[in-house]
Design a protein around this ligand. Structure first.
Ligand SMILES: *Cc1c(COP(=O)(O)O)cnc(C)c1O
Length: 400
């Protein structure tokens, strides 16, 4: 029988790159798809469902509260908006016009990336702090915590921190100076899973809000994510995301998510309304999150390692190349690295990647290191049988 994509006339691809949005994210476990189908057959009060999600996410992350978003980027927008408005519904209604509000977000210069569009969408201006000499090779330092303290003004709404294993200054140092100045810290941890321990780590280090993707390693719906952190900030995010087209007297939000008694009135549709989340995504994310935290990390690592070892053996002994499995012990995600002797092959790593992608079936590898003549392959979206297909195709392209 034809699969849904064949019926639509859309080709599927082999994803040896990773859960990129462009390549449609990860592959959901059947339990997650089943949960979404079941969820789709009922109507519920979305605020009640988010309140239950908040308890489950709080339990897993150690945060006071949590919220299901339509992705990590949506979490950054909602989190920034929450830091700007607090629980003031007047300010919520005025966003993205932030005139007269705290409307600047500090960010170490080396953390800038185009996902910070989501932060700026709330109506704030990003203020870059420090210079990352270590990246240019001109020096050894990156932004330092004292420089962040020095940059805080009465306009500072938050500090945005993008968590990578190489991110500097250390999050805990940033938290110390930010909190000393009464400023919350918002962490972009979109792709920082695994290890599953990172679900708790940034909160434990003092972050006020942390955003994760649901469609990457968690293997939830592609358009899902998590925002977790301080209860008042999660409430402010929820108030700018939920559909509040309801009369105030008729409105009974779950007190654990939104304390109605603290509000002079309810805001209208907020800045977060364009990134709405359906019941199917909420249930799907919660199901995937539970599966993710329940899976023994060593079992997950072995599953990925088997795929990568299968791929490495399919790529063995191709002339003018060296293949190896690289184990990233910090992140638990192994990869296969194929190093090309581009001069002898007469073909670059980018040529190989492009030909794999443009062939049939389309195979996607990770191009991050093409400038070094390296093609990388990752296991997160690979299925059994695909490593062998990749091996055959690479041999065809390299004529071996
Ligand atoms: C993937 C990613 C995002 C966006 O996550 P979505 O869940 O797709 O919205 C944001 N920041 C970083 C650093 C990412 O890697």
């Amino acid at each position: 029988m034809l699969n849904i994509y064949e019926r639509l006339g859309v080709r599927t691809l082999i994803n040896a790159s990773g859960p990129a949005t462009r390549l449609s994210g990860s592959i959901m476990p059947p339990e997650v798809a089943d949960a979404m189908r079941e969820a789709s057959q009922y109507c519920v009060d979305i605020a009640e469902l988010q309140a239950r999600a908040s308890e489950i996410i709080a339990d897993i992350t150690g945060a006071e509260a949590g919220y299901v978003t339509s992705g990590a980027a949506a979490g950054l927008l909602l989190g920034t908006a929450a830091c700007v408005t607090g629980l003031d519904p007047g300010k919520m209604n005025r966003l993205p016009d932030t005139t007269g509000m705290k409307n600047e977000v500090l960010i170490p210069r080396s953390h800038r990336n185009f996902y910070d569009h989501a932060v700026r969408s709330a109506g704030v201006r990003l203020v870059e702090v420090g210079i990352a000499d270590r990246f240019s090779g001109a020096g050894v330092r990156d932004t330092e915590a004292w420089e962040i303290a020095d940059a805080v003004t009465e306009r500072t709404a938050a500090v945005c921190y993008v968590a990578y294993s190489h991110s500097l200054p250390p999050l805990s140092a940033v938290v110390d100076v930010a909190h000393a100045a009464g400023v919350p810290v918002l962490v972009d941890a979109a792709g920082q899973l695994p290890p599953a321990s990172n679900l708790r780590r940034f909160i434990a280090e003092g972050a006020d809000l942390v955003a994760f993707s649901g469609g990457k390693a968690i293997r939830g719906p592609q358009s899902s994510g998590i925002l977790c952190g301080r209860r008042d900030l999660i409430a402010a995010a929820a108030l700018q995301h939920l559909d509040l087209d309801i009369l105030f007297d008729q409105w009974h939000p779950p007190p654990s998510l939104i304390d109605k008694n603290r509000l002079p009135g309810a805001p209208q549709h907020g800045i977060g309304r364009p990134c709405k989340v359906g019941k199917e995504e909420i249930v799907g994310l919660l199901t995937a999150l539970k599966l993710f935290v329940d899976e023994d990390p060593e079992v997950r690592r072995q599953r990925w390692l088997r795929l990568m070892e299968g791929l490495a053996s399919a790529l063995q002994d191709i002339r003018h190349t060296e293949v190896s499995v690289v184990a990233d012990r910090k992140r638990d995600v192994p990869a296969v690295q194929l190093k090309l002797d581009e001069a002898l092959l007469g073909l670059s790593a980018l040529d190989l990647i492009t030909q794999l992608q443009d062939g049939e079936p389309s195979i996607h590898a990770n191009p991050t290191r093409v400038s070094e003549g390296v093609v990388l392959f990752g296991p997160m979206c690979l299925k059994d049988g695909e490593p062998e297909l990749i091996g055959l195709r690479v041999r065809m392209v390299l004529k071996f």
